[in-house]
Design a protein around this ligand. Structure first.
Ligand SMILES: [Zn+2]
Length: 238
């Protein structure tokens, strides 16, 4: 049996699968990984993405923050890909318990997934910092410069976790619970070097840890099955 056949067999036999996904799941829907800095950034922005997407920067230079954010983080025309759809299907069939994601694009929900733990929040939710009013992503995208609340004029902040900001503890606790109780843990589209991915998978206690990634990850040694390839390529064979 090759790796994909082994994976197919493991999935077929389980009804307690948890999927943990990183940027690689979204890039195949055309959403760029902001961490992969290309020449464009250097021409258009004076700071690296990690600086722009920090809490300090958001406070000090909101205009510049939103210029980058609207340009690089809001890809509202992106559609779910085969991996998103397959995971939603498994949940409906009662095989998959939860999707834990580091992505902020809402594509798992768009594909029909119900139990989605968004560790880094979502661009689809935005709140006035003063009165708490909700705004959708379109509102932020079309705002002139820094989005302002229609009701009170306060700044509207995307519900995404910026650098220097802590993760939502409730979401994190839930993710730990799902991972700890999972029969099969599939980790895809992440090289497992960025916090909290690396730490979270240590909670897994089973013997079916599956890593799907294009390139080797920091945890290949501890995996029970390593499947090399893009998420889309592998999921389309399942
Ligand atoms: Zn307000």
């Amino acid at each position: 049996m090759n790796e994909v056949e082994q994976l197919r067999k493991i999935i077929g036999e389980s009804n307690n699968i948890v999927f943990f996904g990183g940027a690689g799941v979204s890039t195949e829907s055309g959403i760029p990984d902001f961490r992969s800095v290309d020449g464009l950034y250097h021409q258009k922005y004076d700071y690296p993405p990690e600086t722009i997407l920090s809490h300090t920067f958001y406070r000090r230079k909101p205009e510049e923050f939103f210029r980058f954010y609207k340009d690089k983080m809001l890809c509202l025309s992106a559609k779910p890909n085969v991996a998103h759809r397959k995971l939603a299907e498994w949940e409906k069939e009662g095989k998959l318990k939860a999707v834990i994601t580091q992505n902020i694009d809402g594509l798992h929900q768009a594909a029909g997934s119900k139990e989605v733990l968004e560790l880094h929040g979502s661009v689809l939710r935005n709140y006035c910092e003063d009165c708490g009013a909700f705004y959708d992503a379109e509102y932020v995208l079309h705002a002139d410069g820094v989005p302002r609340c229609e009701k009170c004029g306060g700044p509207v902040k995307p519900d995404v976790v910026l650098y220097e900001e802590g993760l939502n503890q409730e979401t994190l606790d839930k993710a730990v619970r799902y991972i700890r109780e999972a029969d099969v843990l599939i980790v895809g589209g992440t090289s497992l070097v960025v916090y909290p991915a690396a730490g979270l998978i240590d909670y897994y206690r089973g013997n079916k840890l599956i890593l799907i990634n294009k390139t080797p990850t920091a945890r290949d040694q501890m995996a029970d099955l390593v499947v090399t390839g893009s998420i889309g390529e592998i999921f389309s064979q399942l």
